[in-house]
Design a protein around this ligand. Sequence first.
Ligand SMILES: *Cc1c(COP(=O)(O)O)cnc(C)c1O
Length: 383
Amino acid sequence: MLHSSYIEISKSALQNNIDFIRQEIGTSVKLSSVVKGNAYGHGIEQFGKLAQECGIDHFSVFSADEADRLLQTLEKPATIMIMGYVDNPELEWAIQHEIEFFIFELDRLLEASAIAKKLGKRAKVHLELETGMNRTGFDKTALEHAEAVLEGCREYVELQGVCTHYAGAESLQNHERVLRQLHAYEQQLQQLKEAGHTPIQRHTACSAAMVSYPQTRMDMVRVGIMQYGFWPSPETYTHYISQHNEKKDPLRRLINWKSHIMSLKSVPRGEYIGYGTTFQAPRDMVLAVVPVGYAWGYSRSLSNQGQVLIKGTRAGVVGTVNMNVMMVDVTNILDVQKNDEVVLLGMQGDESITVASFGELSTQLNYELLTRLPLNIPRYIID
Ligand SMILES: *Cc1c(COP(=O)(O)O)cnc(C)c1O
């Protein structure tokens, strides 16, 4: 059945971005593809498969249910690492399926060890260190307890990684804090090593840290937003450009969000359009009705603000965005027909609607806007 809108994911764009990231980090640093938040709205199933075709063999997810979705669709072996939520019953499932996970509390360490022993399997864990973000992780004191526990369960728990996460590496404003975190990480890692626990992988960097603080790359980087073709912030992009003799953005967006014109209507000058009185036609107008509204993730704050592309030309949203439809002004676009393609996000001809422009108008971050694209919009892979 034809859906009222759909999302295209470009394989060549993903390959371009992965090649770029690999070129940046070199061959000795592992690339983990972060696919939490439904692969930042791209669709974890579709994206996971595509990423494997582009050479990815390590994935980071937030929770066990995401790990499960990924596991069920991947066609080749890959490492899956859970960075956040795992309940105790899921811990057993994870260990059974050789899924790696972060440990940030003694409780979970003890539980993992007990389950691994019961299953006769070795759990591969990543010890998360509290270095100043103050979200999850072992602080110095808790770490001492963890060392003792690790010592007692070496047979069942393998220290696959020691990691941390920076509190805002995408903004220069946090520069000192990021450096303090890095320092704290190094100190606690040293403490662990002295206690006889050396991890296989040290990893701390997200996209922004990878770009702006190369010393954070260590053995592995966990890259989300950049594989999808977006910079973590304009500052990170500026930093990259200033460090390289390049003027062109090396990343390409994967996503196009499209729909079609559902109906056309002529409206005489002076009429109000849609609910209420937020828009009064200043002249005779032709409107296209597009079957996408806030129920599909097209924010209501784009009422009278948003733009779409029709026949390679920008058309503005008029009136309020409704639950399932919105109206756009096509008065000045020649030969518009019912069923013509409407691009909500992405390219058409020489024009593009960027997530940045969309995001500014709806006051959402790249990250937020992408992950809010509803699960049930179909995703298709294109070249
Ligand atoms: C989301 C996340 C990342 C990836 O962040 P990007 O900015 O998208 O690269 C890395 N590490 C952790 C712990 C995360 O939660």
